[in-house]
Design a protein around this ligand. Sequence first.
Ligand SMILES: *Cc1c(COP(=O)(O)O)cnc(C)c1O
Length: 360
Amino acid sequence: MIPVTKPFLPPQQIYQNYLSGIWNRQWLTNMGPLASQLEMEIKQHLQLKHILFVTNGTVALQMAIKALDLKGEIITTPFSFVATTSSIVWEGCIPVFVDIDAESLNIDATKIEAAITDNTTAILATHVYGNPCDVETIDRIAKKHGLKVIYDAAHAFGVEINGKSIFEYGDISTCSLHATKLYHSVEGGFVVTQNADLLKKLASIRNFGISGFDTFAELGLNGKNSELHAAMGLSNLKYIEDIIKKRQALTQRYDDKLTSLKAYRPKWHKGSENKGAYYPLVFDSEELMLRIMDRLKNNEIGTRRYFYPSLASALPYLAPKALEITDEVSKKVLCLPLYYDLSFEEVDMVCRLILRVQNN
Ligand SMILES: *Cc1c(COP(=O)(O)O)cnc(C)c1O
């Protein structure tokens, strides 16, 4: 069986060594030494000034919206994981969907201004599959209209634009360290901001808004993460270069084998490198995509319709909204298996099956 994804696991001994330290200290959570060490090592690895390790990527988004004190409407993408939208609604704001660009599959920055109203307070965009949004245009529009910007960078660990970390963009960027992501701590996430006041506020929100022994500064939640999760994050970080290299090589293998396929890959940002977080294909037709998905399934090969259906039409708590490009792309997109343990022979087999379906 070939699943669509499989979590990376470090050699057990590496994790055990961290566990021994945890047993000695008997400090399990609440910003412990391993959580602090993980923050330091991620900061160093990504060349960032500040990060906060949190419970997961969804809480990271909720904390970002709360810390920026957003109200009213937030312009966002319908082509993402449900947490991008649900976080907006969870924080009492209204998501306003703007269609995606058919080539990059990210929010179409040229369509954002038309969606701005007197109630708009922010833009929340996802770097889908780790492919950077048009951050220059988004930042320019945000400045012009006095809007905040949050980037959901859940897919973008290690991604840079012209050598600068993707997490430096926007007022706040968030990441997920969930087990299905390229780099993970089982469950986990982090928030990034360049603004020292905002960082303080986020740190306070992460810890219930507690400001002193018996004082509270603001409304907070429990966004802390544990020493056991930090230990997994620290263990996996030792292998991150290998992980990315392998995923990029597998991506190249798919590209080479599937040149005759009636499908396209997202057009990548010019200043950025694909780290191989996912392997998405947008097929010429939904019919071809479904036939291929079915054949792979019959051969015990997993795929995922990431992202289908459009968030603008799928959520029972929102009025459905049709969006031309998103509706079209989400119907025809399919992600193929991609993970560290996948072999080149397995990729070849998947590609042979796919091409056989197309050419029959
Ligand atoms: C995974 C993911 C999230 C949520 O992260 P969790 O750590 O699972 O809570 C948010 N946004 C996107 C785009 C994701 O892929």
